[in-house]
Design a protein around this ligand. Structure first.
Ligand code: ZN
Length: 325
């Protein structure tokens, strides 16, 4: 898989321009809230860099990178539900690559999950931040007997999920009430980095799961190759969307603190090298002699390097599987 298969560079850059306009309209530093580390609750951190009005700090204890101070929960929700950049993202960025994403991301993901959890083929499964319902659709093609629930706050997305025949909880996960111990398996993909309060989110996930239920999520790993090399230039480091960058140790800590047993933490990313190379070739990011040399090498060398990153938990795409205790 290549970055351009799932992300049109021009549309993405146009989207980032719109985001920067929205930031001026929706966010004001005076309202931002100071927090402790979202992973270890530590109070010591060093400033890593600023992006516009957002400051990223690095926790001195656990190495989590996070926006601090950060916009309030309510403002973030307003931004996600109505901002022009969000609408552009859905119409012009996501929709044109939706079927490519289905093929490259959601179908393989559903395949892997059905193999990992064969015991859940007749159970109750919820996808948090279900969006267009692509993951649930692909999983339903494999397991047609499970009960599927899309958990999704956006009215437009809810309509789409209902149209596809899914049950829907139309709410932010944090605001759901009266559904305790309902789910055997909950999933959330590329959502954790957006959350105002990841600890509260995990507490709620834990409540909604049955005893011995599983939670599977993906998020960004601050120790991933492209993020480490590109750092403040990384497009993954994009406020106000991406507020939290955990690492394998800090996410494990937070999971355990919230009554989960961590089953596995892997970084099965495919794009680190490709993203980095794209930034050097297309966006004038400077690199040093060694990486320039690797850029000149053939695909096989780059593929092997990507596999090495995956094997050593050094890709920026991280997957966590945890069980409710
Ligand atoms: Zn920390």
């Amino acid at each position: 898989m290549k970055e351009e298969d799932i992300r049109n560079r021009e549309a993405f850059n146009r989207y980032l321009e719109l985001v920067s306009k929205d930031v001026d309209n929706y966010f004001c530093v005076d309202n931002f809230i100071k927090i402790n580390c979202p992973a270890c609750d530590g109070e010591k951190f060093t400033e890593a860099f600023t992006k516009g009005i957002f400051t990223y700090v690095l926790c001195s204890k656990c190495g989590t990178l996070f926006v601090n101070p950060r916009p309030p929960f309510k403002i973030l929700n307003k931004f996600y539900s109505e901002s022009p950049s969000t609408k552009y993202w859905i119409e012009y960025f996501f929709k044109p690559v939706m079927e490519a994403r289905r093929d490259k991301i959601f179908r393989p993901r559903a395949g892997q999950i059905s193999k990992k959890f064969p015991e859940f083929k007749n159970s109750k499964i919820g996808d948090i931040g279900a969006g267009f319902g692509l993951f649930l659709e692909e999983l339903r093609k494999i397991w047609d007997n499970a009960e599927y629930v899309a958990i999704e706050p956006s009215i437009e997305m809810v309509k789409i999920c209902l149209g596809k025949g899914f049950k829907v909880i139309q709410d932010m996960l944090e605001d759901i009430n009266g559904r305790d111990e309902e789910f055997d398996l909950l999933t959330s993909f590329e959502l954790f980095e957006h959350l105002y309060n990841p600890g509260n989110f995990l507490k709620k996930v834990n409540k909604l799961l049955k005893k011995d239920g599983y939670f599977l999520m993906t998020t960004l790993n601050v120790q991933g190759f492209d993020i480490q090399l590109l750092w403040e230039k990384s497009k993954s480091v994009s406020p106000p969307h991406h507020l939290n960058f955990f690492n394998p140790d800090s996410i494990k800590y937070l999971m355990e603190k919230n009554n989960f047993k961590v089953i596995s933490i892997e970084t099965p990313g495919k794009l680190d090298w490709n993203i980095f190379e794209g930034m050097v070739k297309n966006e004038n990011v400077k690199t040093d002699r060694f990486w320039q040399l690797v850029i000149e090498k053939d695909e096989e060398v780059k593929n092997q390097f990507q596999q090495w990153l995956v094997k050593n938990n050094l890709s920026s795409h991280m997957m966590v599987i945890a069980k409710k205790l």
